[in-house]
Design a protein around this ligand. Sequence first.
Ligand code: PLP
Length: 377
Amino acid sequence: MALFPTYSRFPVAVQQAKGTTVEDINGKKYLDFGSGIGVVNLGHRHPTVQKAVEEQLNLYWHVSNLYHNPIQETVATEITANSVGDYVFFCNSGAEANEAAIKLARKATGKDKIITFGKSFHGRTFATMAATGQDKVRIGFGKMLEEFAYATYNDIASVKKVADDNTAAIMLEVVQGEGGVILAEEAFIKDIVTLCKAKGILLIVDEIQTGIGRTGKKFGYEHYGIEPDIFTLAKGLGNGLPIGAMVAKKALGEHFGSGAHGSTFGGNPLAMSAANAVSSIVFKDSFLQEVVAKAEYLAQLLQEHIAPLFKVKAIRQKGFMVGIECDEAVGPHVVSLIDQGLLTLNAGENVLRLLPPLTASKEELHQAVQLIKVVLK
Ligand code: PLP
């Protein structure tokens, strides 16, 4: 094997995929309730996205950011028209989007410290690894960047303890995905906003997992009625093509002027064509209403069939983001579910995580819950 063994891989090699269904090289079919870790929000090879990418393939594949890129402008307009942001910078991944956010916050405020939270996940580059509040991501890499401070999620007192005059930003997920599908409490987010306003601290919301319809809203911050200064996107924005975006308020625009930041591939036309198709679907109210209705149906199924199981301690859900907390490690259950034909994820040791495509049908939701019931029983 010539690959670095950075991933402990499950025994599945995919041959093809369509909608919610993935087929492996032996012809075995699975329902994909991981969506490539919250990426194919519209299901695999969504026809509108596929058509857009195929059309772009026949036009051109790459153009330097030295030249105008009309698709970037179109998608940026779509994102800002549907959010509280005014300016967008495109890159290639979630970690890169967060890097851009950290750089912008520091440059705009002239301050250094970024406050993040225990159990957060923000990426694996040097700065985003430091931002991530999980030792397992940081161990072995020596001294972390010093300008990060960590507070306890849903505990405003712990944030106040580390917020000082050198604090540029507070960065958080409104639902901690990798950390165990942990929902931010409404009062906590309100207190964070108040603190930010009082101390001139910027609020960065990492929407890499929660954005693009995943929680039943266009962006997760909408659940809290807040306006982050900066938010970041990736995963679902390209529905499988690599893309990231850092979105910020107008007042921050002047701090990312010519030469302040850049990327060779960021905003690549193929990824942008996918994002253009994705936004034409996901930002429609009718689409999101259907997601919310199906999420309610899924909640009922989980309450009826999964909550009563002996092993299940709690079920947490925001839209199509579900965590089933068990009283034991869920790794073996993820493997058993693969045998049963269902792809799921873990989030930390004890949480079985479901991130189905937003396009999954009620029948598929029902089928998946029955398989989980069999395995967790
Ligand atoms: N932020 C959050 C909330 C994530 O869930 C992830 C990936 O799981 C990242 C950042 C990093 O994204 P990427 O793997 O594209 O760098």
